[in-house]
Every structure is written in structure tokens, then in C-alpha cells.
Design a protein around this ligand. Structure first.
Ligand SMILES: [Zn+2]
Length: 379
């Protein structure tokens, strides 16, 4: 799930929104302004209810964002880089670039989210009480009460011990701390996630058949999402297990064919040296690696300009390419690898190009390791 548009940066973290947020925003604003608010405090004008409903929905998303920002800030403090935060249909997600290096760090990163939601729930409950004492309009009191309830609900739901929920990460941190085995801990937490997901699906479907309300389907949808996410996470943990101890060096294509930065796109596309061979090439100049050129990007240059444009103009610069050292663990690359020529990983040894890794290199290594299981360590 990728952001449809980017809101901007908050405390240095890019915050994006997926279009599906509009759906849940609409459901909340509509439900409050047409249901709960006029039912509890009748007799106000429709504009009052709509203003209150929309305002509450905005504050709800701000609370959600605070929860995710807390994850992101604590992750960064614990040495884990954060890609971005995306708000979507089922809440928010802070995308972390790597895994925490110890159970204690995992516990802090995962635990702070529900803690912030609980704190917000407490603050809104306090506000409800104070506003009520001050005899403020009932609609405003009801808004604060709803926000208190939803934040406590968020805290409790997220703390359930099932991956990929925050509670699942807490469970994983606990199992990891107890057994010292990160992979087994992940297997335990993702198994719990699948069981819990199925439970929600069954509960949701039963509720839907009994009452015919939308709420049941919603629950089943959340359950289905949990099953899918837990399964994907479990599979990745399995792969990490297979790849344990394998350095990038063993999977890379060593000494790849490079393109000099001054080569024109026309020469690159017609040169026999580059045709038919690969879909991506490192670009070099005086022995230094400058970036990555994909055949696709070169082909996008209009034919009339191909003689004037150099590969330097159309390459992906090194700063936007994934770069690793030959001895770093191959398993750490998994979350960052995607199909497509532009996602090749460059392997640099003390500033010198040593090799290139594609997703198919990784799959080949995995297949080989599985076919030869038990033979590792031999000559
Ligand atoms: Zn969270």
C-alpha cells in the first residue's frame, strides 16, 4: 500500500495518505453527524452536526498520526530508519527500513504506539469531564467523549498479541528475549496473528449473518487483512532463516559490465556491448560509480535526442540506489528488494564496485539453499 499523496514532513518523517482514508473519514463524519450526535443531543441545526462530525474526524486522524509518529520517532532513536508513515483504510502504518537489533528496542518501538493512544484516550476523557463541568454545549462534550472512547479502543486493539499488530511485535520481543531466537519468535507471533485473524473473520461473518449490519463485514475485512499480513511476515521470516549466514558476496553477480557516464543514449542502445545482456548497468566515470542505468530509462529518451543525451542524464543517481557492502547479510536486503531493473542493489567494497544483486539472484540463492539443505558447510 503506497501513499496516493504526500501531506509533508512532520518531525522529519514523510507522511502520506492513501485514497482509502477518504472512505473511513466519510464513514466517521457521516456516522457522527447523522447518527450519534443528533440522537444524543437533538434540536440543533444540521450545520452544527456536520461541523462537529467533520471536526471530530479530523482530530481522530490527528490521533492516529500521533500514534504512528511515536513509533517512527522511537524507532529512529533506537537505530532503525523510517521510510515513511502512510494513513489508509485500516489505520496507519509506519514503514521501518530494518528490524530492531534487540528485544528491548523492539519492545520500546512497538509499545510506544498503544501507549500514546491510551494517553490520548485519557486526555480526551479528562476533557470530556471538564467540558461537562463547564456546561459547554452537549455536542462538544459528545465529541470529546467519542474521541476518548476511540483512542482507548485503538490502544486496546493494537495491543492484542497478534502480528502484525503492535501487540504481536510485543509478543515477538518477549519470545525473542525468552528464547534468544528471533526467527522462532517471529514464527510464534505470526502464527498468533493468523489465528486471531481467522477468529475475526468467523466472528464478523456470524455477526453479519445475524444482524445484517456493515460492522460485521468490517470486522471480517480487518481479520482478512491480518491473516494476509501475518502470512507475508511469516514467509519473510522463513526466508531469513534459509538465508541466515549468507553474505551478499555469495549471491551477487561479481564484476558487472559498466557503462561510462559520457556514453550517449544512442550509443548505449545500439552498442553490441550492451545489447541483449542485462536490464540494468552501473554507470562509472574514472573508476568511480555514479549510479544505475536501466535499459527502460534509456528507451524513454525520444529518438531525436538520443545522440545528445548521455547516460549520466537518465541514470538513477547513486544516492537513490540501494548500496551494500559485500559482507553484509543477504537476509537484511529482503525487505528492501523489489522486482524491476531499477531496484538492483549495487555492492560496493570500500568505494569500489564489486557486484550487483537482483531479486532473481536472491531467489536463485534461496532455491539452491533449499535444494541442498543439509549439505551446507561442505567443500
Ligand atoms: Zn501502532
Amino acid at each position: 500500500m503506497r501513499a496516493t499523496f504526500v501531506l509533508g514532513r512532520i518531525v522529519g518523517v514523510r507522511v502520506g495518505v492513501h485514497w482509502s482514508v477518504l472512505l473511513i473519514f466519510g464513514i466517521i463524519a457521516f456516522g457522527l453527524s447523522q447518527g450519534r450526535l443528533p440522537e444524543t443531543y437533538p434540536g440543533r441545526g444540521w450545520a452544527v452536526y456536520w461541523a462537529a462530525g467533520l471536526c471530530t474526524a479530523v482530530i481522530f486522524f490527528a490521533s492516529l498520526l500521533a500514534h504512528e509518529l511515536a513509533h517512527a520517532v522511537v524507532a529512529r532513536r533506537n537505530g532503525v530508519e523510517v521510510d515513511d508513515i502512510v494513513l489508509w483504510l485500516l489505520g496507519g502504518a509506519a514503514r521501518l527500513r530494518s528490524e530492531a537489533s534487540s528485544p528491548g528496542r523492539e519492545l520500546r518501538i512497538a509499545g510506544v504506539g498503544p501507549l500514546v493512544s491510551l494517553l490520548l484516550g485519557g486526555l480526551f476523557a479528562l476533557a470530556t469531564w471538564l467540558l461537562d463541568l463547564a456546561s459547554v454545549s452537549g455536542v462538544v462534550v459528545e465529541m470529546a467523549a467519542w474521541l476518548a472512547g476511540i483512542n482507548v479502543l485503538l490502544a486496546v486493539f493494537n495491543a492484542l498479541p497478534a502480528a502484525p499488530l503492535d501487540g504481536g511485535r510485543l509478543l515477538r520481543a518477549f519470545l525473542w528475549w525468552r528464547t534468544g531466537d528471533r526467527l522462532r519468535a517471529t514464527a510464534g507471533a505470526t502464527a498468533a496473528g493468523r489465528v486471531f485473524g481467522w477468529l475475526l473473520v468467523v466472528l464478523g461473518l456470524v455477526a453479519f449473518m445475524r444482524t445484517g449490519t456493515f460492522g460485521g463485514l468490517w470486522l471480517a475485512l480487518i481479520g482478512w487483512f491480518l491473516i494476509t499480513a501475518a502470512t507475508a511476515e511469516g514467509r519473510q521470516a522463513q526466508l531469513r532463516g534459509v538465508l541466515a549466514g549468507v553474505p551478499v558476496r555469495d549471491a551477487m553477480t561479481p564484476g558487472p559490465l559498466t557503462v561510462p557516464a559520457a556514453t550517449t543514449v544512442a550509443d548505449f542502445l545500439t552498442g553490441a556491448r550492451y545489447r541483449y545482456r542485462h536490464l540494468a548497468f552501473p554507470v562509472t566515470e574514472d573508476g568511480a560509480t555514479l549510479g544505475l542505468l536501466t535499459t527502460d530509462n534509456a528507451r524513454k529518451v525520444p529518438q531525436a535526442e538520443a545522440n545528445a543525451v548521455t547516460v549520466r542524464d537518465v541514470m538513477v543517481p547513486l544516492s537513490q540506489t540501494t548500496v551494500v557492502e559485500p559482507d553484509s547479510p543477504l537476509a537484511d536486503l529482503l525487505p528492501r528488494m523489489e522486482p524491476g531493473a531499477e531496484h538492483r542493489v549495487l555492492v560496493m567494497d570500500h568505494g569500489r564496485l564489486a557486484g550487483i544483486v537482483s531479486l532473481s539472484d536472491v531467489s536463485r540463492t534461496v532455491t539452491w539453499l533449499m535444494d541442498n539443505a543439509g549439505r551446507r558447510g561442505g567443500p
